[in-house]
Design a protein around this ligand. Structure first.
Ligand code: IMP
Ligand code: MG
Length: 184
């Protein structure tokens, strides 16, 4: 379905079909790894909304869902590592098998903070699944168990990811035309 948003995209980085195939692949591995445990999926709003939904639908074994919203202080295109909770979990996760569902790891600062925060609540286990990873993520040592795609170090939008809150509803991951940044 062509959308008016497509006109702002310079290049498609990951197609909708590639995303769908990868999620089926990840779900199979997660179903197998959690064969004797029920994962509690913790989706990080808003970016992981689409990935969380499609991943949860692809899992064949029982799982439950929670959402968290965090915001890093600092500019919109860099991450400072100082994180504020905008929306916390609705329940205690002690004894639960937490699987953090994230859209993208760039500096890794947000995720390393989140991992420490959730680990302090005494879950039985805690792992991370991220759809996308950028090269800088290796600098911060965040143990990410499941990765969808390694992508180049460029700003991307779509499938949950935004620029100024827009483009989240593109069905693929793409790079914006430079003109979009210069004409707000
Ligand atoms: P980090 O703390 O640098 O790893 O950044 C994590 C958060 O920044 C992600 O969860 C996204 O919300 C946002 N982010 C990082 N890279 C991009 C991008 O290329 N497009 C859109 N949002 C991004
Ligand atoms: Mg995010």
């Amino acid at each position: 379905m062509p959308s008016v948003l497509d006109d702002d995209i310079e290049a498609v980085i990951v197609t909708a079909d590639q995303i769908a195939d990868k999620i089926v692949e990840l779900a199979k591995v997660i179903d197998a790894d959690y064969a004797d445990r029920e994962p509690l999926l913790v989706g990080v709003l808003k970016g992981a909304a689409m990935f969380m939904s499609d991943l949860a639908l692809a899992l064949e074994r029982p799982s439950t869902m929670e959402f968290m919203a965090v915001s890093s202080y600092g500019s919109s295109t860099t991450s400072s590592g100082v994180v504020r909770i905008l929306k916390d979990l609705d329940r205690d996760i002690a004894g639960q098998h937490v699987l953090i569902v994230e859209d993208i790891i760039d500096s890794g600062l947000t995720l390393s903070w989140l991992l420490r925060n959730l680990a302090s609540r005494n879950p039985a286990s805690i792992e991370i699944v991220a759809l996308l990873r950028k090269p800088d993520a290796v600098k911060v040592n965040v143990p990410v168990k499941y990765i969808g795609f390694d992508i180049p170090n460029e700003f991307v939008v779509g499938y949950g990811l935004d620029y100024a809150e827009r483009y989240r509803n593109l069905p693929y991951i793409g790079r914006l035309k430079p003109s979009v940044y210069s004409n707000p």
